[in-house]
Ligand binder design. Sequence first.
Ligand code: TPP
Length: 928
Amino acid sequence: MESTRSALGAGNEPNSLSLAFVEGLYEDFLHDPASVPQEWTAYFLSLNGASAPVAAFHEEPLPATRAHPPESGAMQHHVDVLIRNYRVLGHKIARIDPLNMPRPRQPELDPAYHGFAAEDMELPFNAGTLAPSGELLPLRIIIQRLRSTYCRSIGVQFMHIDDLSIRDWLCQRIEGTANRFQLSREQQLRILTRLTDAVIFEEFIQKKFIGAKRFSLEGAESLIPLLELAIEKAGEQKVDEIVLGMAHRGRLNVLANIMGKSPSQIFREFEDKDSSLIGDVKYHLGHHTEWVTHTGHKVHLALAFNPSHLEFVNPVVLGRTRAQQDRINDIERRKSMALLIHGDAAFAGEGIIQETLNLSELEGYTTGGTLHIILNNQIGFTTNPSEGRSSVYATDIAKMLSSPIFHVNGEDPEAVAQTIQVAMDYRRTFRRDVVVDMYCYRRRGHNEGDEPAFTQPVLYRHIEKRQPVREAYLAHMLKLGALTRDEAEEIAVRRREMLESELSLARSTEQARPVSTLRGIWSNFQGGADLEVPDADTGVEKDLLTTLLESQARVPEGFQPHPKIVRILDQRLAMARGEAPLDWAAAETLGYASLLVEGTRIRITGQDTERGTFSHRHAVLHNIEDGDLYVPLRHISPKQATFEIYNSPLSEAGVVGFEYGYSIACPDGLTIWEAQFGDFFNAAQVIVDQFISSAEDKWRSLSGLVMLLPHGYEGMGPEHSSARIERLFSLTAEDNMQVVYPTTPAQIFHVLRRQIVRPWRKPLIILTPKSLLRHPRCVSSLDDLATGKFRRILPDEKGITDAAARVILCTGKIYYELYEEREKLKRDDVAIVRVEQLYPLQPADLHEVLKLYKDNTPVLWVQEEPENMGAWRRMRGKFGYILEGRLPFFGLYRPASASPATGSPGWHKKEQREIIENAFGTILGYSE
Ligand SMILES: Cc1ncc(C[n+]2csc(CCOP(=O)(O)OP(=O)(O)O)c2C)c(N)n1
């Protein structure tokens, strides 16, 4: 027989894992013979008590092998080591797992291992924080306390934390209170009620919507009381808002039982009657509600919309939380809190977890500590933990933070309650993340249509026999005499009746009232079609521009920037005074400055974005004497709005998710993420696909996030050339986002301002330049910024119209190469038109400019990218071979290629030259 690699055991070999597993099962068997699988019952009965498995901890007297003379001070030292070992390893034998999965023995927790003999058990020792009043305790009591603190239903990992003050706090807190934690009868009743709510909800849907997918919470119902306790505690700590993120598992239950979503609304979604809800499946939808705690404190709860992509919502929730804090200037970051619920397989497997955790302590990203809850049902779809991670715990990645990790048995709701109290106090005290890993199981398959016994037969035989947590807790309360069975039944009956009436309501009304997401801070903004929102004038008075640019060229007395920076500042001064034309950096920075003085807060992040990857921005100046920093954009006016700029960690998915989240909570601010090179945004593709491009369609959720993606073929190789315009195009439809490729400083100025001045909130993707940052022709005047607006199409700069024998249509940096070639060849019969807004591109905009040319003037789309990339295929797809019904349309590009660009600068030049020359050469198959 092949050894079974089930979740229950690592095979039949008698290794330490299976030994510990057998020990656990044997303990269960001694407690309740019916609780273990039949094959094990037979085995344990056959033992007949003769060779009972060795318990992980010897309760019986130890062999009298005294290693330490009692008078020796070494004995106290060994007690200290034993105490320390419990702190380090206690969690490894704690009974955190309702399924009793095999766990290795920990001999280091055995007193005999430290040389103690049976007769030492009554000797008194200093017990540190285990004896809050400082008295000496017999070794027996010390061990008892250690076991009940570290090895019962809660296992805590905290010894990886380097900061001793944090470790001390945790020791005091855990050891000082573990044995004294007591819930009142009201609290116990409340837990029972919430467990009942969770159970009845699943039961009800199971009965009324047979076979429907709901990703039931069964096996992990303690999540509902856990969340309630966390929210209540947050209320006590004066948190006003909690932003939650979670995946599919138990989401409907959370929506109904925590988020205040009406069950009738959920039932309507099951009936699929509601045409206003076709954007996404029901277990992805967000919701928000007002929670009033038992002390009367109001906590706003917002559950973020979630895509199927597990865990990617995490940075979005953090960004949103941060924005809420920034909006109210909550410097200590105590008013809003992020609460993330993770799956165990996803937490261990998805790299976005590391990216998210890494943000937690960074100045530009911290939110004062996230509460992470792992809904640890010990399976991922059909994948066992042994197949899903190399680490012991699903949570091991979180050890990168100075945060405790609490593993708690979800079948012990009171332990869950105790854990939440400590975790929330820790978060509050240290303003750091904290992790609660709630061990549970999944009673059914991955979804309700799945048969889990196909792949986990032994595990599921075991799970089938487990009493639901509500039953077990009820039995506990009945034993305590805290309530009667009739009273408990009454709670369940009331809940069922409520759900019945909600179901009738759902079935009696045809349509739900459409829920508008554009309320509160969003009420002044709109999404929808581009054509419904006119372009706005975005010019700024010239005098003000001068003042704003001058203020950015100044540094405080005694501040000494690098000499080359001084030169740049001097140039800015000359630009401000109209003595030199504006370059890209000056116009970009004026875009920000003008918005700041109008009251728009700005946040810009990205790798090396303070300086700018190509050294153009220099938004943060460094004093060469002492390294002090000065941010000119924070000093332009006493009444200006906040300007934030941060170099991001080297991450894309995490930080783009964060900024997207920020943008959805800050519609009146300008939120910008900049890629190092445009190519790297594909490392954030999930955020682009699942949120940025589709959120409005799926969830009617808007965002005005700006992404700056450096783009352009400059011989820098396959990964430093292209922001993959073609990929952006594949995502554009229904005016879901804007893609622009501005070619002048004035254009970047106006498009940045347009993003705020129009009430239209759409993601804006700007393809930004590299060499153009310093190109002598890529300049604008103050007048260009003082009047007008962003121009979607730039007509020929020299005004060539009637004389044109051909029109070159292009976008971006290649324009300047074409322009120079035209100058060199003196070809005034060639007009060059720039498409500055690639999407949305209205045919009428193009028509407006092309109508200047004779009917059959050919148009050449000229691009640097290969045929299968760039904008060509989209242009041809949209306009065909006949442009505007009259002008023939041709394309010029690099040959189709698997890789965006060559790695050889020489080859690049040759290819580029060919394109430019061909743009002015004969058009094959067409006679002019
Ligand atoms: C990024 C991503 N990869 C794969 C999936 C498919 N998938 C959905 S649920 C699931 C298992 C998740 O396991 P776990 O995180 O433990 O949560 P559980 O479903 O057990 O609650 C998988 C692989 C997904 N939704 N997202």
